[in-house]
Design a protein. Sequence first.
Length: 364
Amino acid sequence: MANQELEAKVMETLKTVMDPDLHKNIVSLGFVKNIKIDDGNVTFDVELTTPACPVKEQLRNECQSKVKAIEGIRRVEVNMTSNVRPTQHSQPILTGVKNIVAVASGKGGVGKSTVSANLAVALGLTGAKVGLMDADIYGPSIPKMLGIPITPPMGGANNKFYPHEKHGMKVVSAGFLTKEGQPLMLRGPMLGGIIQQFLGNVEWGELDYLVIDLPPGTGDVQLTLTQRAPLSGGVIVTTPQEVSLIDAEKGVRMFEQVKVPILGVVENMSYFICDGCSKKHYIFKHGGGKTLADQFKVPFLGEVPILNQVVEGGDNGVPILLSHPDSPASEAYRSLAGQVAARLSINQAKEEKVDATFELAWKS
Ligand SMILES: Nc1ncnc2c1ncn2[C@@H]1O[C@H](COP(=O)(O)OP(=O)(O)OP(=O)(O)O)[C@@H](O)[C@H]1O
Ligand SMILES: [Mg+2]
């Protein structure tokens, strides 16, 4: 069979491979690129919208087996690549940063910074370019969690400064702007300025994802932050206890108020796994985070177990994902990252669809 004919068959076959999140086939989505056929050997790229795609391997296998079954094809090589798309936002004050995700919790101490750090690390491990901004001006904990000494950031031209780099990501913390151990004393109106500085005056370079660890609570401070930053979406962290869930509900409402899409709710310290037993022990109430997510019709992003290794990771400056990649907590953080990235892609596809409809209406 001529190469051209074979290529047409391959493309026809790939039209039966559906992206389960975007509900379209990978050919019409424009994902299939650089197809080459030589003597029955075919290679092509599948360019996804995120390297953190949770169904990447599933898609690769489906492409592989379906194309292999075509008569005349001897060998198939599928290269999974990605090109993260930027969120369209009305206030694009951060050139080069494609998506900004804020992590919030109504209540303090529920593990928000730990989730932020591990979410950022998990996204980075997939190959994405990642930044982490610790906006907790009252109790910045990211420098300690990542093992970065409190040193002032390096200055650049035009009053800009460079983020610190650690574990493959760029990091900026309110902690770097203070003397160690002394909280930054700020009044409400000054906050907007600080955030603007953090966002506009940092040389972030090119980033696929910037994760922001917000201060705990849902008061004016958090509201200012969520309004001033051009956010792509928000993640809410809760624990299973009722007091935490009530506050998490306030977090959901805060994002709704400022019209930031909620990417989902994650329940931290959900269950305990004791030594030598693989059973999940739900020491607190079970299912609260899921119920909250269902109530507000937002995605539930999973349960993170309560584990000593998580605490050790936070204290030693090496997040559990890097020190114990096989831990069930690491598994939960990876799954969280995949879902967050997938949600952002889905939201962008919806926006693009709206634009396309608008264009059609305008043309007719
Ligand atoms: N899954 C977990 N298992 C065990 N310990 C955890 C887990 N998640 C977080 N922790 C621990 O709980 C403590 C609080 O976590 P963290 O600092 O991330 O919470 P936070 O919500 O950011 O707190 P704050 O409100 O002070 O900013 C830390 O000591 C952390 O190591
Ligand atoms: Mg914190």
